[in-house]
Design a protein around this ligand. Structure first.
Ligand SMILES: CSC[C@@H](O)[C@@H](O)C(=O)COP(=O)(O)O
Ligand SMILES: [Zn+2]
Length: 203
């Protein structure tokens, strides 16, 4: 038997931790956690809510098309289709999206290149990459206002080895096999973005 409450609590805990870092400015950001694969169902944040508050209406159970499983007055996150793509194309169990100044500035600086590759950093090991010359690449896509176009570009950028996609002047979407791993990947990408920006100030 699947205990949705268990997944709900895991996602609520992650949300609280990210909120305590100020990673949901202006109601931005959205989170999801998979509760079942056959058929695929996941909890996703309701749209437009204050993600720094913990309430009983924070998450909505949706199917693989991102449609609510039960009748609700709440709206699912405007970016639910991106979460659907992550679960469709990877074996992720959790997907996190945040807007920070650091990830936005990195997205602008590297937009023309279309990606940023991080190397020579101990924290790359957070992605399970243990080689001496290990590196991780984060693709960067344009921020289309049209969700169909954004979802298309996002789907093309997803790869099993990247664990995240950066949307230009918008934010980062990161995933992992479970809530713990997704948060670890998110923290690592944020660290790497911040490091890169600081280094550029001196280089
Ligand atoms: C309020 S600005 C952020 C939104 O436009 C969007 O990018 C976002 O991350 C949150 O949307 P939401 O529908 O609440 O999941
Ligand atoms: Zn967003």
């Amino acid at each position: 038997m699947i205990l949705i409450e268990n997944y709900w609590d895991q996602l609520a805990d992650v949300k609280d931790e990210l909120a305590s870092r100020g990673w949901f400015p202006g109601t931005s950001g959205n989170l999801s956690i998979k509760v079942d694969e056959n058929p695929r169902r996941f909890l996703v944040t309701a749209s437009g809510i204050d993600k720094t508050k913990r309430t009983e209406e924070d998450f909505i159970l949706v199917d693989q098309q991102g449609q609510p499983v039960y009748q609700t007055e709440l709206r699912v996150s405007a970016e639910t289709s991106l979460h659907c793509q992550v679960y469709e194309q990877t074996d992720a169990g959790c997907c996190l999206h945040i807007h920070t100044v650091d990830n936005n500035v990195i997205s602008e600086l590297y937009a023309e290149q279309g990606y940023i590759t991080f190397r020579n950093q101990e924290l790359i090991k957070a992605f399970g990459i243990w080689d001496q010359d290990g590196e991780i690449t984060l693709p960067i896509i344009e921020n289309h206002a049209n969700m169909e176009l954004l979802t298309q570009a996002f789907a093309q950028a997803i790869s099993a080895e990247s664990y995240g996609v950066l949307i230009r002047n918008h934010g980062i979407t990161v995933w992992g096999k479970d809530a713990f791993t997704a948060k670890k990947h998110l923290e690592a990408f944020e660290f790497l973005c911040s490091y890169e920006l600081k280094l550029r100030q001196f280089a």
